[in-house]
Design a protein around this ligand. Sequence first.
Ligand SMILES: O=C(O)C(=O)C[C@]1(C(=O)O)C=C[C@@H](O)C=C1
Length: 256
Amino acid sequence: MAKEASATMTLETVRDSLSAQEDTIIYSLIDRVNYPLNSKTYDQSASLIPGFAGSLVEYVVKETEAVHAKCGRYESPTEHPFFPENIPASVVPVHEYPKILHPVASSININKRIWDIYFNKLLPLIAAPGDDGNYASTAASDLKCLQALSRRIHYGKFVAEIKFTDSPQDYEPLVRVQFQDSDALMNLLTFKKVEEMVKRRVEKKAAVFGQRVGLDDSKPDQKPKIDPAIVSRLYDEWVMPLTKLVEVEYLLRRLD
Ligand SMILES: O=C(O)C(=O)C[C@]1(C(=O)O)C=C[C@@H](O)C=C1
């Protein structure tokens, strides 16, 4: 581990980063709800792209990731592609990222689950029914949401690393190969009070960021652009559990 980098990263600074990433996630979701569901974007059989067997959103994500990969995006330990099998090598000079994580970190990528939850659980909750034909813009907006969620959830690797180095005496016995205990690890890294605070904070942010701002103060309050309760539920049911899953996966291999 690079000393200078680990010395500046603490549980507090990592939690600050998670809080800042909430803003990006909520703004991306607010952008997505500007479009109706536009289900053709996700239709495997719509054949919108000649010669490509898959949905429009898959095409946009794969092609965008390929360009970003060439420009070095996935060299960063905070970035994870949704189609890793499709990723070309970077052509730009290598940037030396501080080596904070154990090398096993690069083998952990749960984007397939994030993809599934985003399209099958979250999107139907936030997007209004309908079709305005803006499929490419819709896919671009989905990609922004997916990337923001993926970055936040995989940031669990950093949270886990800090927790491990802060208290090796607590973590090491549960991580040793012969005693690996994922349930005990999950209990140890869980802070229920912090989770309650995060849920309340994202709900408040969604209410503030999603306000409809007009000049006519006589108009009654309108509904926020995105339902704050759904954002809180997103964190409760998916974002935090998946972050913890990444933490456990990382810790189980921390002593490899
Ligand atoms: O802040 C932590 O300690 C984390 O591990 C992050 C996080 C989260 O996903 O927000 C996950 C688990 C904890 O129970 C609390 C919060």
